[in-house]
Design a protein around this ligand. Structure first.
Ligand code: FMN
Length: 146
């Protein structure tokens, strides 16, 4: 469904050490509750030492959320990979889809993003579609409805 102009943002961050399942569950529960209220959808991918997160939703909400996330002490070194205006959601069924990937899969995922950007200068929209296809094949996404 075409919606009003929105932002889609992708960042990478590092964790301080190993995150426990309880810590991850807390982040996800908090995210899903807030995101449903703020019309934000997306994907959080955890790869043991890093996160990749895609956030999509109304401009102000996405920017405010990213500002909170950057200052969140549960991780560090947030690196904005891409930000893009869009009028269509890709993760429209997920208040925050979650993927717990192996280190190898995570590295491959980072390479997919970097490779897509470098080789073809693809927009974040296309990169996200590639990710979605890639993740869909590899891993069952855990879902939460918006
Ligand atoms: C890796 C990571 C991803 C996060 N993703 C979200 C998210 O998608 N939505 C959300 O509301 N909070 C998310 N948070 C939590 C926010 O950083 C913040 O704690 C939360 O939005 C509450 O912020 P506030 O206390 O300023 O209201 C995430 C935190 C981390 C560490």
């Amino acid at each position: 469904m075409v919606q009003n102009q929105m932002l889609r943002l992708i960042y990478l961050s590092r964790v301080w050490g190993n995150m426990t399942n309880t810590q991850l569950d807390q982040i996800l529960a908090e995210s899903r509750a807030n995101n449903a209220k703020n019309k934000i959808t997306g994907l959080l991918c955890y790869g043991g030492t890093s996160f990749i997160q895609i956030l999509e939703g109304p401009e102000a909400e996405v920017i405010n959320l990213y500002a909170s996330i950057v200052n969140d002490e549960r991780h560090h070194g947030c690196q904005l990979l891409d930000i893009h205006i869009t009028n269509k959601r890709i993760f429209d069924n997920w208040a925050m889809a979650y993927v717990h990937s192996s280190k190898a899969d995570f590295d491959e995922l980072s390479d997919v993003i970097e490779g897509a950007k470098k080789k073809h200068e693809q927009s974040v929209n296309e990169i996200t579609l590639i990710l979605r296809r890639y993740l869909g094949q590899k891993i069952h996404l855990s879902s939460a409805s918006v």
